[in-house]
Write a protein that binds this ligand. Sequence first.
Ligand code: AGP
Length: 620
Amino acid sequence: MCGIIGVTGGRAVTDVLLQGLERLEYRGYDSAGVVVQTGTELWRARAARGTSSLAELRRIVDGAPRPSAAGIGHTRWATHGHPTEANAHPHLDCSGRVAVVHNGIIENYRELAAKLAAGGHVFSSDTDTEVFAHLLEDELTGGASLAEAVRATLRDIRGAFAVAVVWAGEPGTLVAARRVSPLIVGVSDGEGSEDGPEAYVASDIPAILGRTRTLFAIDDDQVVELRPGVMRVRTLAGKAIEVPQLSVDYDLEAAEKGGFADFMSKEMHEQPRAVGDTLLGRLQGDGTLLLDELRIGPDELRQVERVLVVACGSSYHAGLVAKHAVEHWARLGCEVDIASEFRYRDPVLDERTLVIGVSQSGETIDTLQALREARQWGAKVLVVANVVDSSMAREADGVLYTHAGPEIGVAATKTHLAQIAALEVLALYLAQLRGGLSPADARLLLADLAGLPDLVQQALDRDADVARVAERFADVRDFFFLGRHVGLPVALEGALKLKEIAYVRAEGYPAGELKHGPIALIEPGTVVIAVATRTPVWEKMMANVAEVRSRGATVVLLANDGHDETAEQADEVLWVPETHPLFAPVVDVVPLQQFAYHVGRGRGLDVDRPRNLAKTVTVE
Ligand code: AGP
C-alpha cells in the first residue's frame, strides 16, 4: 500500500506535495519522492531512508526550482523491488519527460517490460511501476495527448493501480486513473486563497483535505484530466462522464483514519483488500500458483522432507493454521514452535527441513534469532513477512510477502489474515510441486481462496451483532475461548485479542483437552466462546459445548450461516459465512477481533496503543 499525490496550479506545488505526503506516510515509508514541472522540464527528488525518507526528501526539495506548474509525489510501501532510491517513485521514461507515481500491483508487468525492452526502452528500476512511464512514452511519441496516452496504456495493464502522471510536453496538466486502488480527486477555484485555482489527486482524503473540501471519488477505469481549478473525467473509451461529489464531514485527524474512530477499526475494514492483495497475481486461472518471488526454486522445495514454523503471537496462530494446510495438502510433517521456545530446545534440523518464519514486521527478535539458528543448523529458511526487505526477509533464503500495507494499530488484524492467506497459498504450492494436487482440485481450491475477501467483508458487515454481544458481556473479566482443529488457532487468536485490546483475562484452549483438568473451572456463569464452524470435528466440538453448558457455562458460539440447529446449543451466536474448513480461520477470526475491539472501546481504552505493548518486539 503506497500513497500518491498530484497537484496542478497555484504557487505552492512543492509544499502541497510535501504536506500531502506527510498525511499519507501511514500508507508506507520505505521511500518518498516528488517530480515538479518547471517550464517544459521535470525536476525529480527521491529519498529512501525508511522512516526518515520524508524528512530527507523535504531537505532535498528545499532546493527545488519554483514556481512549478504541476507536480506528483509518492510515499512507498515496497511490494515489488527493494526499498532503494532507484526504486523510489516517481518513475520516468527514457526521455525523462514523463513521470509516474503508482499505488497497486501490475500483474503483467514482466511481459510488458520484456516487450518494451525489446522495443529499445531502458529500465532504471526493478519495479512494476516503471513500465507505465515507458508505455506512456510510446503513446506520446505517437502524437497522443497525455490523457489519451493514459487511456491507451491502461488497456494493456492487468492488476490494481492508482496512477498520477505529468508530462513536460503539457505543462500544468495532471492526469490520473485507478483500478481497485483508491483515488480521490479535489478541485479548488482558489476563491479566498492567494494561491489561485488548483486541482489535486491523492490516495486518501487526508492528503488534500487541508486544500479543499470539493472532493470526488472516481471509479475503476475512469481517467481524470486536471488543470488548475478544472476537472474532466472520461471512460477508457474517451466518453466524458460526470462523477458525484463526496460529502466529507470529518476533520483532518479523523480523515487519517479514513473516517474510522481508530486505526484498529480502519485496519479491520482493510482486511478484504489485505487478503485480496496478498492473493493478487498468485492464483492462476489454470489452477497453478505463481510464487516467483520466493527465491527458493521448485527443485529445492521438492527436496523438503519436513516443515517447521516459528513465530510469535498472532503470527504463531497463523502458523498453527498453516500446519493443517501443509500436512493436509502437501503431506509434509509440520511442527509449529513459539520462536522463544524454539531457540532453547535442541531441534533436529537439516538441509531437508524447511523452516518458515512468520512475522508481519520481519523484525521480531525472537523469530529473527530463531531463523538465524535454524540456518546455522543447515535448514532452508523461508519468511512470510509484510515488510519488504525487513531483517528477516533480507537474511532468509526465500520470502513470501503479504500485501496488507502498513499496520499502525499494535494489534495484528489485517496482517494476521494476510499471513494465513499467504501460508495457505504456500501449502498449496508445496502440494503442487510434490504432485499432490490435481489441476481440477487446485482450481476449486483457488476459487475458494479468491472468494475469501468477500466473505471477510460479509463478516465485517455483521459488526452490530458482535457489538451487541460485547455489550452483554462488557463486565465479564474471565473468558474461555475453545476450539478444535483449525478452530483452535482461531480461539487462541480471539483470546489474545481480548487480552491485548481490552485487558480481560481470556484463555484459549483445545476443547477436547478441557476434560483433562480445566473443566473444573467451569461453573454457572462462566462465559465460554466456542469456535464451532464446520471443521471435520464439528460434532466433537458441539459435544464439548454440551459438556460446558451442562455445568452452567454461558456459551457464545461462532457458527456457520444456515446451521440454525447450532443456535439451540448457545446463549448467543456469532454467525459467519462458510468456506473450505482449512480457509475458514481467515473469516472466523473477524468477529473475535470485533468482539475484543468493542469490549476494549466499551472500557474506554486506547485500542491502537494498548498498555505495555509495542508494535514490534525487538527485545528478548
Ligand atoms: C498481535 O496482535 C500482537 N501485536 C503480537 O502478538 C504480534 O503478533 C507478535 O509480537 C509478532 O509480531 P510479528 O508478526 O511482527 O513478528
